[in-house]
Design a protein around this ligand. Sequence first.
Ligand code: SAH
Length: 469
Amino acid sequence: MSGFVSFVGAGPGDIGLITEKGIHRLKSADVVLYDRLANPRLLRYTKPDCRLVYCGKLPDRHVMRQEMINSALADYALQYLKVVRLKGGDPSVFGRVGEEAKALNEAGIEYEIVPGVTASVAAASYAGIPVTHRDYSTSFTVRTGHYCSHSTGKINEAVKNADTIAYYMGIKNLPAHCRQLTKDGLPPTTKIAVIEWATTGKQRTVEGTLETINVKVASARIQNPAMVIIGDVVTMRKELAWYEKKLLLGKRLLIAKASPSDSEIERYFLESGAEAYAFPTLAMKKSKLSTEDVEHITGAGRLIFTAPESIDIVMESLLEAGFDARDLPRWIGCLSEKTLQALRLKGIIGHKLQKTEKNSVIVGPESQHSKVTFSTHRIIRDARFKELEERLLAEEEWETVVFPNRSSVDWFTQEARAAGFPLSLLKFAYISDQVKAYAEEKGFQEVDEDIQREIEKWRTTRSKVGSEC
Ligand code: SAH
């Protein structure tokens, strides 16, 4: 017996396009080997102690070689680990799953393949191009742009038999493909769309014909990853380009974070078409409360929770020490709506406070902002994401930072500086005037009015806004 390997399709980019089964596998994985094209936001599904191994291209252009990946998969599985090999799109479409699975077979290791939404169909859909259509196309061919210049015979076949052709990895050889397709009999006026970073906030589409597309692609500086879709169906884009109508498409936003929980604001902006990333990824380090601490808490007149996470930790410690919820003080205060809600889920109605009060036992995370009687946990940077996020900060042209609360200003400043990320060209937006005042004190001045307006909109769509988001 050994561990088990799941080849999981991450989908083309949009985090909503991974399968439920894929998410499930990520949640239970002990180690994830991920590609450059798999959306890094999906790695947040993993357990805090799950190892994350990057198999993509590094800044020095060094790549983890295929044989190394094959043997790493086997090695981890032989250590009885649950291994996920996370691949962009679908693992079996130009994803080398054949080679990797074969190597596992030879080593006697069990595996499964969890399909994903492949980039051709996804890119076409997000660009408003149905790959088949009653009036234009009754077939759809998928090809790699890598080898086509060496296998002209196969191109002829494709042209004869397909109405719509999708080229993966075709951007570098696009001029050669266009020449060849024309030679093979396609009219020079045949429509082409090239879609870069499809299904993400960075999606850009360039449209043309076999004759005109190359100049357009060069002048728009379209790069990999890009999908080439050829055929009459491209004309449908005029009417159907739904995704590119999104108001914030192309906007690069960092959402500053101060807690490990999911960022609702990131999700909202991703849905609005922005390329939003919640930074930095944080983790929670729990501290144990002793029986003595628990007795102090149960004996207090007034108890205040400064963070929702503290409630679970106190409850656990309470039970371990032989108490239960009924032993907590009758009067419990909370500093945010979120904490109040978490307490309510335990069947306890608390009091909403603006700030901590004297003569109370205060329980919360260790933090610069508040003094606590007992610390239940500490928020730390999730070290597994450090390298990945450094790459992300360096590679993207981030425009604006959204600050959801005061601690997020501190976290962002500290971690962005540590990564050598220049703050001078950025604009900022805030969840509230208090946060704005705090950030201005720290030197963040220029407001991004568009994003600020968008935040107001987000706030009104929610019935309540706590101090944490
Ligand atoms: N297994 C993947 C394909 C891997 S090959 C899948 O099923 O989608 C890598 C190529 O896929 C890229 O060169 C590009 O042509 C295409 N691709 C992947 N993600 C893409 C995206 N978000 N937008 C456009 N093309 C993409």
